[in-house]
Write a protein that binds this ligand. Sequence first.
Ligand code: SF4
Ligand code: SF4
Length: 75
Amino acid sequence: MKRVIIDQQRCKGCGLCAQVCPRKILVLSGMININGYHVVACTDEELCMGCGNCATVCPVTAFEIYKPVPIAAAL
Ligand code: SF4
Ligand code: SF4
């Protein structure tokens, strides 16, 4: 299940998310978006703990974070 969605076209390449990720799975990639910024990518979504730090610090709200929820708890 995908847990981290990054809207790379919104990314400004500031690197704040990479600094606060406790799992160090966010990195500035070699890709450049339509605005000319190096964009962040997630190296291993399975390691994401869903803490939301990246979404909190991102100035352009580029993140959507999803946590798996047991079906019984969701009802
Ligand atoms: S939710 Fe937390 S662990 Fe997952 S990518 Fe963001 S900062 Fe890293
Ligand atoms: S905090 Fe947001 S704008 Fe900055 S590098 Fe991460 S995704 Fe891009």
